[in-house]
Design a protein around this ligand. Structure first.
Ligand code: SF4
Length: 240
Protein backbone atom coordinates (compact mmCIF):
# COMPACT_ATOMS: atom_id res chain seq x y z
CA UNK A 1 0.00 0.00 0.00
CA UNK A 2 1.50 3.40 -0.94
CA UNK A 3 2.66 5.41 2.08
CA UNK A 4 0.42 8.39 1.25
CA UNK A 5 -2.70 6.25 1.00
CA UNK A 6 -1.84 4.40 4.19
CA UNK A 7 -1.30 7.70 6.03
CA UNK A 8 -4.65 9.05 4.81
CA UNK A 9 -6.37 5.82 5.79
CA UNK A 10 -4.88 5.96 9.29
CA UNK A 11 -5.92 9.59 9.65
CA UNK A 12 -9.47 8.75 8.59
CA UNK A 13 -9.62 5.84 11.05
CA UNK A 14 -8.37 8.16 13.83
CA UNK A 15 -11.02 10.75 12.91
CA UNK A 16 -13.81 8.19 12.91
CA UNK A 17 -12.58 6.81 16.23
CA UNK A 18 -12.53 10.35 17.68
CA UNK A 19 -16.05 10.96 16.39
CA UNK A 20 -17.35 7.72 17.88
CA UNK A 21 -15.70 8.50 21.22
CA UNK A 22 -17.27 11.94 21.25
CA UNK A 23 -20.69 10.60 20.34
CA UNK A 24 -20.40 8.09 23.17
CA UNK A 25 -19.33 10.78 25.65
CA UNK A 26 -22.14 13.03 24.48
CA UNK A 27 -24.57 10.20 25.11
CA UNK A 28 -25.80 10.24 21.51
CA UNK A 29 -27.77 7.08 20.78
CA UNK A 30 -28.72 8.04 17.25
CA UNK A 31 -27.66 10.72 14.83
CA UNK A 32 -30.79 12.63 13.89
CA UNK A 33 -31.71 13.67 10.39
CA UNK A 34 -30.63 17.25 9.87
CA UNK A 35 -33.42 19.60 10.90
CA UNK A 36 -32.90 21.65 7.75
CA UNK A 37 -32.81 19.34 4.75
CA UNK A 38 -33.96 22.21 2.55
CA UNK A 39 -32.13 25.50 2.64
CA UNK A 40 -34.08 28.53 3.80
CA UNK A 41 -35.47 30.55 0.98
CA UNK A 42 -32.79 32.95 -0.17
CA UNK A 43 -33.77 35.91 1.95
CA UNK A 44 -30.51 37.18 3.36
CA UNK A 45 -27.67 36.33 1.05
CA UNK A 46 -24.39 38.03 1.73
CA UNK A 47 -25.23 40.92 -0.48
CA UNK A 48 -28.98 40.82 -0.47
CA UNK A 49 -31.65 40.84 2.20
CA UNK A 50 -35.32 40.07 1.82
CA UNK A 51 -37.50 42.55 0.03
CA UNK A 52 -39.41 42.99 3.28
CA UNK A 53 -36.21 43.87 5.07
CA UNK A 54 -34.74 46.17 2.48
CA UNK A 55 -33.53 48.53 5.18
CA UNK A 56 -31.68 45.77 7.06
CA UNK A 57 -28.02 45.97 6.16
CA UNK A 58 -26.21 42.92 4.84
CA UNK A 59 -23.30 41.06 6.38
CA UNK A 60 -21.05 42.43 3.65
CA UNK A 61 -22.06 45.98 4.45
CA UNK A 62 -21.34 45.37 8.13
CA UNK A 63 -17.95 43.84 7.28
CA UNK A 64 -17.18 46.82 5.09
CA UNK A 65 -18.10 49.20 7.88
CA UNK A 66 -15.88 47.28 10.31
CA UNK A 67 -13.00 47.76 7.88
CA UNK A 68 -9.53 47.60 9.38
CA UNK A 69 -11.08 48.23 12.77
CA UNK A 70 -9.04 50.13 15.35
CA UNK A 71 -11.95 50.84 17.66
CA UNK A 72 -10.34 49.11 20.62
CA UNK A 73 -6.92 48.07 21.88
CA UNK A 74 -7.27 44.50 20.63
CA UNK A 75 -6.51 45.76 17.13
CA UNK A 76 -2.87 46.14 18.14
CA UNK A 77 -2.12 42.48 18.81
CA UNK A 78 -4.27 40.76 16.22
CA UNK A 79 -3.15 39.22 12.97
CA UNK A 80 -6.57 39.55 11.43
CA UNK A 81 -10.19 40.24 12.24
CA UNK A 82 -12.34 37.12 12.65
CA UNK A 83 -15.69 38.41 11.49
CA UNK A 84 -17.73 35.20 11.31
CA UNK A 85 -18.31 32.31 8.94
CA UNK A 86 -21.07 30.17 7.59
CA UNK A 87 -24.34 30.55 5.79
CA UNK A 88 -25.84 34.01 5.42
CA UNK A 89 -29.24 32.28 5.36
CA UNK A 90 -28.57 30.26 8.52
CA UNK A 91 -31.44 29.77 10.92
CA UNK A 92 -29.09 28.78 13.70
CA UNK A 93 -26.28 31.08 14.85
CA UNK A 94 -23.59 30.04 17.30
CA UNK A 95 -21.89 32.80 19.28
CA UNK A 96 -18.58 32.21 21.02
CA UNK A 97 -16.25 34.44 22.99
CA UNK A 98 -13.27 35.60 20.96
CA UNK A 99 -10.72 34.21 18.51
CA UNK A 100 -7.82 32.13 19.79
CA UNK A 101 -4.39 31.84 18.22
CA UNK A 102 -5.40 29.59 15.33
CA UNK A 103 -8.52 31.60 14.59
CA UNK A 104 -6.41 34.75 14.57
CA UNK A 105 -4.02 33.13 12.10
CA UNK A 106 -6.70 31.72 9.82
CA UNK A 107 -9.38 34.40 10.15
CA UNK A 108 -12.05 31.78 10.80
CA UNK A 109 -13.91 31.18 14.08
CA UNK A 110 -13.67 27.84 15.85
CA UNK A 111 -10.80 26.08 14.17
CA UNK A 112 -8.37 23.82 15.99
CA UNK A 113 -9.37 21.27 18.58
CA UNK A 114 -12.38 23.15 19.95
CA UNK A 115 -13.62 23.72 16.40
CA UNK A 116 -13.24 20.04 15.54
CA UNK A 117 -15.25 19.10 18.61
CA UNK A 118 -17.90 21.65 17.69
CA UNK A 119 -18.14 20.11 14.22
CA UNK A 120 -18.64 16.67 15.76
CA UNK A 121 -21.44 18.05 17.94
CA UNK A 122 -23.01 19.58 14.84
CA UNK A 123 -22.67 16.22 13.07
CA UNK A 124 -24.52 14.59 15.96
CA UNK A 125 -27.25 17.21 15.43
CA UNK A 126 -27.42 16.33 11.74
CA UNK A 127 -25.82 19.63 10.77
CA UNK A 128 -22.68 20.83 9.09
CA UNK A 129 -20.71 24.01 9.65
CA UNK A 130 -21.97 25.33 6.30
CA UNK A 131 -25.59 25.04 7.49
CA UNK A 132 -25.14 27.51 10.31
CA UNK A 133 -23.36 30.78 11.05
CA UNK A 134 -20.63 31.03 13.68
CA UNK A 135 -19.21 34.21 15.13
CA UNK A 136 -17.81 35.61 18.34
CA UNK A 137 -18.61 38.42 20.72
CA UNK A 138 -15.13 39.83 20.12
CA UNK A 139 -13.62 39.88 16.64
CA UNK A 140 -9.96 40.23 17.55
CA UNK A 141 -7.84 37.93 19.67
CA UNK A 142 -7.11 39.21 23.19
CA UNK A 143 -3.42 38.84 24.11
CA UNK A 144 -2.70 35.52 25.83
CA UNK A 145 -6.40 34.73 25.43
CA UNK A 146 -7.31 36.92 28.40
CA UNK A 147 -10.93 37.95 28.90
CA UNK A 148 -11.89 40.97 26.80
CA UNK A 149 -12.16 44.19 28.81
CA UNK A 150 -15.45 46.06 29.18
CA UNK A 151 -14.39 48.87 26.84
CA UNK A 152 -13.31 46.30 24.23
CA UNK A 153 -16.64 44.52 24.49
CA UNK A 154 -18.50 47.82 24.26
CA UNK A 155 -16.63 48.66 21.05
CA UNK A 156 -17.22 45.29 19.39
CA UNK A 157 -20.65 44.07 20.49
CA UNK A 158 -22.58 46.51 18.26
CA UNK A 159 -21.15 44.70 15.25
CA UNK A 160 -22.33 41.33 16.55
CA UNK A 161 -25.77 42.79 17.12
CA UNK A 162 -25.83 44.12 13.58
CA UNK A 163 -24.78 40.68 12.30
CA UNK A 164 -27.64 39.07 14.20
CA UNK A 165 -30.06 41.67 12.84
CA UNK A 166 -28.85 40.90 9.31
CA UNK A 167 -29.03 37.15 9.78
CA UNK A 168 -32.36 37.12 11.61
CA UNK A 169 -31.80 33.57 12.86
CA UNK A 170 -34.58 31.51 14.37
CA UNK A 171 -32.34 30.35 17.20
CA UNK A 172 -29.06 31.35 18.80
CA UNK A 173 -26.74 29.15 20.85
CA UNK A 174 -24.25 30.97 23.04
CA UNK A 175 -21.10 29.02 23.81
CA UNK A 176 -19.66 29.55 27.25
CA UNK A 177 -20.03 31.92 30.11
CA UNK A 178 -18.65 35.06 28.51
CA UNK A 179 -20.72 34.87 25.32
CA UNK A 180 -23.88 33.98 27.22
CA UNK A 181 -23.54 36.68 29.84
CA UNK A 182 -22.57 39.34 27.31
CA UNK A 183 -25.30 38.72 24.77
CA UNK A 184 -27.97 38.24 27.43
CA UNK A 185 -26.66 41.12 29.54
CA UNK A 186 -26.74 39.11 32.71
CA UNK A 187 -24.30 38.13 35.42
CA UNK A 188 -25.99 34.80 36.00
CA UNK A 189 -23.42 32.00 35.92
CA UNK A 190 -23.37 29.64 32.94
CA UNK A 191 -24.07 26.79 35.35
CA UNK A 192 -27.53 28.28 35.91
CA UNK A 193 -28.08 29.60 32.40
CA UNK A 194 -27.25 26.48 30.40
CA UNK A 195 -30.08 24.25 29.40
CA UNK A 196 -32.70 26.97 29.88
CA UNK A 197 -34.14 29.01 27.03
CA UNK A 198 -33.37 32.71 27.18
CA UNK A 199 -34.17 35.47 24.74
CA UNK A 200 -32.28 38.09 22.79
CA UNK A 201 -34.28 40.53 20.63
CA UNK A 202 -37.17 38.06 20.63
CA UNK A 203 -34.89 35.30 19.34
CA UNK A 204 -34.72 32.19 21.55
CA UNK A 205 -31.23 31.66 22.94
CA UNK A 206 -29.84 28.42 24.35
CA UNK A 207 -26.73 28.98 26.45
CA UNK A 208 -24.40 26.03 26.75
CA UNK A 209 -20.78 25.27 27.55
CA UNK A 210 -17.91 26.30 25.29
CA UNK A 211 -16.24 23.45 23.34
CA UNK A 212 -12.87 24.39 24.89
CA UNK A 213 -14.42 23.77 28.32
CA UNK A 214 -15.64 20.38 27.10
CA UNK A 215 -12.11 19.47 26.06
CA UNK A 216 -10.97 20.12 29.60
CA UNK A 217 -14.05 18.54 31.17
CA UNK A 218 -15.25 15.69 28.92
CA UNK A 219 -17.88 14.64 31.47
CA UNK A 220 -19.84 17.81 30.66
CA UNK A 221 -20.37 16.75 27.03
CA UNK A 222 -23.57 14.99 28.03
CA UNK A 223 -25.01 18.23 29.40
CA UNK A 224 -24.22 19.98 26.13
CA UNK A 225 -25.89 17.19 24.21
CA UNK A 226 -29.01 17.64 26.37
CA UNK A 227 -28.97 21.35 25.46
CA UNK A 228 -28.47 20.61 21.79
CA UNK A 229 -31.33 18.13 21.79
CA UNK A 230 -33.55 20.98 22.92
CA UNK A 231 -32.20 23.06 20.05
CA UNK A 232 -32.93 20.31 17.50
CA UNK A 233 -36.46 19.90 18.85
CA UNK A 234 -37.15 23.61 18.67
CA UNK A 235 -35.72 23.95 15.20
CA UNK A 236 -38.05 21.21 14.02
CA UNK A 237 -41.00 22.83 15.77
CA UNK A 238 -40.20 26.09 14.04
CA UNK A 239 -40.20 24.34 10.65
CA UNK A 240 -36.50 24.73 10.46
S1 SF4 B 1 -12.14 43.63 18.85
FE1 SF4 B 1 -13.81 44.50 17.64
S2 SF4 B 1 -13.83 46.67 18.17
FE2 SF4 B 1 -11.86 45.87 18.83
S3 SF4 B 1 -10.49 46.29 17.12
FE3 SF4 B 1 -11.29 44.21 16.86
S4 SF4 B 1 -13.07 44.44 15.53
FE4 SF4 B 1 -12.57 46.46 16.35
Amino acid sequence: MPDKFQKELLETVAQVRGLLEDLQQLGVVEVPMGPDPNPRSPCSLEGQNSANDSRVETLLEIRDDLGDCQRCALSKGREQIVFGAGSATARLVLVGESPGRKEDQQGVPFVGEAGALLERILFAMGLKREDIYICNIQKCRPPKNRDPRPEEVAACVPFLKRQLAALQPQLIVTLGSFASQTLLETSQPILELRGHWQSYADIPVMPTYHPAFLLRNPATKREVWEDMKQVITRLRQENF
